[in-house]
Design a protein around this ligand. Sequence first.
Ligand code: ARG
Length: 464
Amino acid sequence: MTDQSKSSDKPWGGRFSEPTDAFVERFTASVAFDQRLYHHDITGSVAHATMLAEVGVLTTEERDAIIEGLDGVRQDIEKGEFQWSVSLEDVHMNIEARLTDRIGITGKKLHTGRSRNDQVATDIRLWLRDEIDVIAAELQRLRSGLLDLAEREADTIMPGFTHLQTAQPVTFGHHLLAWYEMLVRDAERLQDCRKRVNVMPLGAAALAGTTYPIDRAMTARLLGFDRPTENSLDSVSDRDFAIEFCSFAALLMTHLSRFSEELVLWTSAQFDFIDLPDRFCTGSSIMPQKKNPDVPELVRGKTGRVNGHLISLLTLMKSQPLAYNKDNQEDKEPLFDTVDTVKGCLKAYADMVPAIRSKSANMRVAAKSGFSTATDLADYLVKKGVPFRDAHEIVGKSVAFGVAEGRDLSDMTLDELRQFSDVIGEDVFDVLTLEGSVQARDHLGGTAPDQVRAAVARARKAEG
Ligand code: ARG
């Protein structure tokens, strides 16, 4: 490790005093954004010092002084009494310099057997692991809100769409459970990603490992990692875990964005299917009547930056030779912003979803107006022995008649329907109603209200 760090009070030499030097110092520093890793940086250092004492590289007195000193540094930071210095470049050197200020020469022994290269990789993993756990909990809160809403709306009938044209009636609860399924997959992906986050690079040092008799398994255990990494070069250069996290995030945001799109459509005067409480909406400074669905719109919009961060990280890594390169300092801002954005969007959604109210009368009118039970009539004819292609033709003619008359199939008389096929009997009205249509789809994964309730029960059990 060839640290060039200088204490903040050490003046730069004459040739570094030009304004350009000041710019390069700021240009290459990461402390403005990586200071948010301070807590995990200190946690990692405490474990490292503990291990060094255990293997005899530090004395127990030195270890205790370092741990106490780091604790003091942590408190200074938390009390807002820490002066971050750009000339000390990053969070790691700032904390180490402050430790040495506090405890003297022993502070300079902390960096034995490690490098900022394995240190930063460890810090990001520790930090991301904690954030993953927060995100997983928020995602679960959203899923459980969706399940409650789906149960409440199990009997509510709305039009189901293909091509955004009315297709067949579905229950609103069933539609909500489609969103639930996407979020279950997101949660699974997040846990899978966590497995590869929770591996410890510390001990790789700059790139080749270290000559000290370190015990990596011990440090890993102290930090709650599943295991140490296998290869020192890979350890300091790998950012797959960050890319995987961002890819989880991009897919989650894609789901939230599609969900948002529907909420925006459904709150419009043209659909008017749902109501979002005022506290999740804002008004217009010029149009007094407006109530805008800002939360869904903003979540839809924020999908762009999360997708962008995924591409940033992929591009950051694509041409890097082994092992560590300064390029890697650019991993933090996209990752931090992804975490912040995802947490914000999930919080907004988890708070908002339980407050969604359906306007079931409007949904019903819409479900009835698009000949949504036409397929049910065709199925009815098939069950009476008519070949499906002929049934399709008969129903097509019935629909054309309904369009001309301005009436739904269920509003026609038996005689009117029988003009198109004499196999039609009084029992046709059981299948032409919206309730008959959804209740008939009574199988695993179908839209029948009882199936929705059963799916909610299964999901709650799986959620534990
Ligand atoms: N600030 C650096 C980063 O974020 C820490 C590691 C720097 N290592 C080095 N050899 N310059 O990646």
